[in-house]
Design a binder for this molecule. Sequence first.
Ligand code: SAH
Ligand code: SF4
Ligand code: F3S
Length: 440
Amino acid sequence: MTAPRKLFIKTYGCQMNVYDSERMAEALGASGYVPTDTAADADMILLNTCHIREKAAEKVYSELGRLKPLKDGNPDLKIGIAGCVAQAEGAEIMRRAPVVDLVVGPQTYHRLPAMEAAARAGERPVDTDFPDEDKFEHLPKGPRAVRGVSAFLTVQEGCDKFCAFCVVPYTRGAEVSRPAERILREARDLVERGVREVTLLGQNVNGYHGEGLDGRDWSLARLVRELAEIDGLWRIRYTTSHPNDMSDDLIAAHGDLDKLMPYLHLPVQSGSDKILKAMNRKHTAAEYLEILDRLREVRPDLALSGDFIVGFPGEGEAEFEATMELVRKAGYHSAFSFKYSARPGTPAAERPVLPDAVLDVRLHELQALITEQQRAAQQAMVGREVQVLFEKPGRMPGQMVGKSDYLHAVHATGEGIAPGQLRRVRITESATNSLAAVLL
Ligand code: SAH
Ligand code: SF4
Ligand code: F3S
């Protein structure tokens, strides 16, 4: 018997790519591949790429440069490009990078086994279709992977919002929601394999409107309510949301579903109405803050997270100051901020850009404010009792790390503590990226 072939996947970008990488590993598992953590061992290397900012896309080409010597040493090694760069510039990758053997977009990786076989036969297949079939339903059934206690579950893909800066509507296509029945089936299967927390994923997850069990359109709130009925599933999260899809029923669900965690990633990008309009976000800063008020009315302890872009074309000092002001008013537990990156093919790419030095200064200023808020929010946890779902051993002997309801990383030591346990703890200390706790 020949040894199984080894697959190494490197994942860039968002959680959706993390989820897709797991599915691709399962798809190729059916072709006899087993995962490896070292590229040097691999018979197949897949880069699951991100196209969101210029830097993210460039990483692919530098990584290919690093992988070339491996291929020179092992002619049987196949290299594939998956994900959003594959979708956006598949043909160009094939031209620019002769080391690449196959290119597969985010909507067709269920076809990977056939593509892998074609690559082994000396072809260089490229598949960046947006097929009608649901790739999740067409994935070959490989061996059931062992799961941790927390898992991602894709419920919706693609985006129809067309923010002026963003490539996602082009790389992931139009919004498609999976039928509730399949999502519930997948959730039950995860729970059977020991999963206790699911994070529902979608580029625009709260825009979910899939076919419900009753044949009608279900909203995300309706879906979450049904998921909350599953015994053994303790926690539900969802990401990423758009403010305009924060419906009344979803806000209400935050108030009356214990299993829906008090944490929300709700990007706003800018605090200036002028810039929000130029970004095609279709809401104002005041409307965003009002949504937060309503959420906090039903869930006062909600931990808020967000995304910001600094230096969008047309952003002057006043517009940037409006963003700082919004951050002060909103109060974030954490937030991500990025320098605007012009992406080919998006409407904003045609507009004049600001000097990079200006972007650097603004990013620095915004990040300082966000860090200050984050530190204060973490510090405020000290002395509080919270629930932690423990996931894996920590770095110290006997230590276990997990996540609080608010998604803080928490570590604790104690008698009988093990992965998969949901335990009450008291927070004793706040460090930069985690909290220390004692079991109660
Ligand atoms: N669907 C999600 C986020 C997708 S991308 C949403 O709508 O919130 C993740 C984040 O990357 C965005 O929220 C935005 O802050 C940032 N981003 C997207 N395009 C960008 C660009 N061209 N330049 C800089 N940051 C960008
Ligand atoms: Fe991109 Fe906007 Fe869609 Fe988010 S909502 S994926 S930022 S176009
Ligand atoms: Fe990147 Fe594609 Fe996700 S561009 S952020 S990997 S949807």
